[in-house]
Write a protein of this length. Structure first.
Length: 384
């Protein structure tokens, strides 16, 4: 679903949210696109401004309105921060009290169902055994019974922008009644490919880390925290990652076979850990505490290797070109095909069914939004 623009290109604006954004931009000369993460945040500030106007009365001064907006923002802080308080109040004065009040109410009345049916917010997870904090973008749909709400964990890519990865899932979660969390694994805590893509299994010195320090354990503990945030009693979760996030997903399936993942989707990973004990990690399982029994459980965990058929550029600057990665194929599409082929061989040798499937998406390249739309269909079908 394309994001609506927050700053209209000219005077011919269409909806009330565009008119409000236009008032803010025109009256203050500020581009708010860098300060608001979408219409859901804009809606929240509109509600704050409407409540401030209602509390202040028709004869309020600009300074009084600023103070009321500041108070409401402090009570319910949002991403854009207190700097928007003055902007909202100033724009209200420019537009006229009555006009901006009617506009706010119009926005509340005319919101699309998506914005009426849930809430997106940022939460902070604090690790109980250390001082680690993980910021988590969340979406909770408006449902009457939260105890049965399914939960999806979305893992971001190389740029580590969880809000951008959460956004295409919101209309799907709103329509189908599931909660989504998208944690940010910050580079300071999970540095480089070794710290994030490879799950933090080894230290920079090459020593195997205790399993409680693995990134996969944080995902499991975030699931427990999200169950409390949402109020759901669901015992398992779906896992989705794109690009670098897909590398985390498939390695979690392989290295943490007892994780409570009901289904995983790895979309457009750049290279893979193969299901073999003949290669050292990160290209194989050797040096990991993965047993033969664990690998069998991994091969029995539902995993979809989701590949964009146009994600086939061998010269992509972010593509790993080590000899081991090139042995998997010249580009992401070929490497995903080879990864799944090797999983089929591993299951056949063991005489067990393979729960992994491969799906290719025609005409799609390295596009997380397009892949999320396909992944949602897969996950929803699995949940039925």
């Amino acid at each position: 679903m394309p994001q609506k623009r927050l700053i209209p290109p000219g005077p011919g604006v269409s909806g009330p949210e565009d008119r409000l954004a236009g008032t803010l931009a025109h009256g203050l000369g500020i581009d708010f696109r860098g300060r608001l993460s979408g219409l859901d945040d804009l809606r929240r500030y509109v509600r704050i401004l409407r409540d401030a106007l209602a509390a202040s009365g028709p004869d309020v001064s600009l300074d009084q309105l600023r103070g009321e907006v500041d108070r409401l923002v402090r009570e319910e802080p949002f991403r854009a921060g207190a700097e928007l308080s003055d902007a909202l109040a100033s724009a209200s004065a420019l537009a006229g009290w009555r006009g901006i009040g009617e506009l706010c109410q119009s926005m509340e009345d005319q919101q699309p169902p998506l914005l009426r049916r849930g809430a997106a917010e940022r939460r902070t997870y604090r690790c109980p055994s250390s001082d680690l904090q993980i910021e988590v973008e969340t979406y909770m749909p408006a449902v009457s019974d939260r105890s049965r709400v399914p939960l999806l964990v979305v893992l971001h890519g190389f740029m580590r922008e969880p809000a951008r990865y959460l956004e295409p899932w919101i209309p799907l979660a709103a329509a189908h009644g599931f909660a989504v969390i998208a944690p940010e694994f910050h580079r300071g805590d999970f540095p480089g490919s070794q710290g994030y893509n490879q799950g933090g299994l080894f230290s920079p010195a090459g020593d195997l880390q205790p399993q409680e320090r693995w990134l996969f354990g944080h995902v499991e503990r975030l699931f427990d925290a999200a169950r409390e945030w949402v109020g759901t009693r669901t015992r398992r979760y779906c896992l989705y990652g794109h690009s670098a996030g897909a590398q985390v997903v498939h390695r979690m399936v392989l290295a943490a076979p007892d994780a409570r993942v009901s289904m995983a989707v790895a979309a457009n990973a750049g290279w893979y850990t193969l299901p073999t004990f003949d290669l050292d990690f990160p290209y194989g399982l050797r040096r990991l505490p993965v047993t033969e029994a664990g690998l069998r459980r991994s091969l029995g965990t539902p995993l979809v290797v989701l590949l964009g058929e146009a994600d086939s550029d061998p010269d992509d600057p972010l593509l790993r070109r080590s000899p081991e990665a090139l042995a998997q194929g010249p580009h992401r599409l070929a490497r995903g095909v080879e990864f799944h082929r090797q999983a089929q061989d591993a299951a056949t040798r063991r005489g067990i069914p393979l729960a992994w499937t491969r799906q290719q998406v025609p005409g799609v390249g390295h596009d997380h939004e397009a892949m999320a739309a396909v992944a949602s269909t897969i996950l929803l079908e699995n949940h039925k």
